[in-house]
Design a protein. Structure first.
Length: 565
């Protein structure tokens, strides 16, 4: 069920603007990803915030590719972003825009700034510009080219565009104040020369606008009212405002909020790209990744992600949200919605010696105790079944109530069984089979004489079971903050040292109840006592069945293994 969106300080600001009529009755937001990687759960927070505001205020929200940096941008990312935003459940209607579509307009605005005497072409190289910028305590130094005439600047800028100068040899800078207490206001660069093919404009341009210049103008062109971004842009707000004021053009309100940080993972496209490129994961959609494509392949639903984003709130202070909050959100949903099935991940063969040979029967099992309208199904039972290896101990430790010699337990929906014998491999001593007797009077799992057992176990018929591969996932990083490097590590050690070596466990030869044979890729189930599972749509083909564990039934975070020191 969709949870209501709580109020937040951004909505308060919008309410106030509506009261004052600052933008009339209009509310228009945008989600502006740079197509230099796949979207992650942090982006989902921004998507839910921006599209949620548009929905609740009868406004609009644009999807805009912020594609002004051709070095890192690709159309593969554009397509993935489109798919992911759609999947989260939002609709930009016909308002998919590209900042690169505004290149001509942005150029015209730059020319305009030059004409107003508010921008100049500088011949200093990047290093010198940086040196001249000054520090927080010292003012910057003016470039010797700062006093160029409007005519000279117009001529030089046109020639920059025409490709007459080498990459990096000239830039266009805003003429603001080299002594400004805001370093970003010390004549920031607006345009640079870069001969790089752009994924959309191809080789049309050899100069590209900087983010700070392109972004505010794109917002202005689209008539955005509230330009919502993350806190690191707070320092840039004076520049956002200065540019639009200097151009005397329509001026949205920028509002910053704290980005989402999630424990035990990284939410930086640069790092996620590195994990992909260096094969720490199998791709952007690896189910361990915090990307939306990874979460989707893990079995997360759009609703669980929307609910998560609404539950964590919107604030001005950075913090780390525990990944268990995300896991609880999917658990809560799937608990109510998905059918239960039985599966044995690490099978141990059980022979019921007093069960008639060759006999099988069909027992009734409830599909979802949380939703009885989901009905029941038949599960086959026979003389030989599988149980989990860990549900049996030859020498039970204290408080172990599951199967052990002489102990009676309940097989869910089936019978009570008592262990009579343990069969071992004569060479290795490994337990290969357990023999039991069953009580025919306990059919369905109820004892007629009120006899109690302390454990109810899942099982699968040996004869009718189907085989599957099951993938279990742990957190990608062992550290809550993966950027925290344990002391004593060598120079240059980075977040990759905190990768969890046990983040993926592949179990082959798992046994599933036969009703699962008919599952469609993308189906979700609760495997009793084991967690929620998702039939992998990528690797499940040619009759091969692969389930990804979305999440265990309860928190198992205590079990995260630390890499040995
Ligand atoms: P990264 O640091 O991962 O590279 P980014 O900010 O460069 O992220 P963009 O593509 O520019 O990525 O992000 C698009 C929008 O999503 C921006 O408005 C940005 O503020 C927002 N966003 C990005 N990361 C987060 C996050 N962790 N939490 C909330 N919003 C985010
Ligand atoms: Mg960005």
């Amino acid at each position: 069920m969709e949870k209501p969106t709580p109020n937040n300080f951004i909505r308060d600001i919008i309410d106030e603007h509506l009261r004052l009529g600052r933008f009339g009755t209009k509310v228009h937001t945008r989600f502006p990803p740079e197509p230099n990687g796949y979207l992650h759960i942090g982006h989902a927070k921004s998507i839910v915030l921006n599209f949620g505001i548009a929905r609740d205020y009868s406004g609009l929200c644009n999807l805009r590719m912020d594609d002004t940096n051709p070095e890192k941008e690709e159309s593969e990312y554009v397509n993935a972003i489109i798919e992911d935003v759609k999947w989260i459940g939002f609709d930009w209607q016909d308002r998919l825009f590209y900042a690169s579509d505004y290149f001509e307009q942005i150029y015209d605005y730059a020319v305009q700034l030059i004409k107003f005497g508010s921008a100049y072409v500088d011949d200093l190289d990047a290093d010198t510009i940086r040196k001249y910028r000054g520090t927080l305590t010292e003012p910057g130094k003016e470039s010797p080219h700062r006093g160029r005439s409007v005519e000279e600047n117009l001529d030089l800028f046109a020639r920059m565009r025409n490709g007459e100068y080498a990459d990096g040899s000239r830039v266009l800078r805003a003429k603001i104040d080299m002594a400004s207490p805001h370093i970003v206001m010390r004549d920031p660069v607006l345009y640079r020369i870069k001969r790089e093919r752009h994924h959309r404009t191809l080789d049309k341009w050899c100069i590209y606008p900087m983010y700070d210049f392109a972004h505010c103008i794109s917002d202005s062109i689209e008539g955005i009212t509230h330009s919502i971004c993350t806190l690191e842009f707070e320092n840039n707000r004076p520049l956002y405002d200065w540019i639009l004021d200097a151009l005397k053009t329509y001026h949205p309100q920028q509002i910053e909020f704290a980005r989402l940080n999630l424990s035990n993972t990284v939410l930086s496209k640069r790092k996620l790209l590195q994990l992909v490129k260096e094969n720490y994961v199998i791709g952007w959609d690896d189910p361990r990744m915090p990307t939306l494509s990874g979460l989707r392949r893990r079995g997360y639903t759009p609703l669980s992600i929307r609910n998560f984003c609404n539950s964590i709130g919107v604030a001005k202070m950075d913090s780390i949200v525990d990944i268990t909050v995300l896991e609880n959100s999917i658990r809560e949903e799937l608990n109510k919605t998905v059918p239960r099935r039985m599966a044995v991940l690490r099978p141990l063969r059980v022979v019921i010696t007093n069960y008639p040979e060759g006999n099988t029967e069909e027992l009734d099992a409830i599909n979802n105790p949380e939703d009885l309208s989901a009905g029941t199904r038949k599960v086959p039972f026979g003389r030989e079944i599988y149980i989990e290896q860990e549900d049996f101990r030859e020498v039970p430790p204290p408080k172990f109530h599951r199967l052990s010699p002489g102990k009676e337990v309940r097989l869910r929906y089936a019978y009570f069984i008592t262990c009579t014998e343990v069969i071992k491999d004569p060479k290795t001593g490994e337990i290969v089979e357990v023999r039991c007797i069953y009580d025919p009077a306990t059919r369905g799992g109820d004892s007629p004489d009120g006899r109690k057992v302390k454990a109810t176990m899942h099982w699968v018929s040996r004869e009718k079971a189907i085989d599957a591969e099951v993938r279990l996932y742990g957190p990608l990083f062992t550290e809550r903050d993966p950027d925290h490097i344990p002391s004593g590590m060598p120079e240059g050690t980075d977040y990759r040292t905190n990768l969890n070596p046990g983040s993926l466990e592949i179990l082959k030869g798992c046994k599933l109840e036969p009703s699962l044979d008919r599952s469609e890729p993308g189906s979700r189930y609760q495997f009793e006592r084991l967690g929620y599972f998702y039939l992998d749509p990528v690797d499940a083909k040619d009759g091969k069945i692969v389930f990804n564990r979305t999440v265990s039934l309860k928190d198992t975070w205590a079990k995260v293994e630390k890499r040995p020191a």
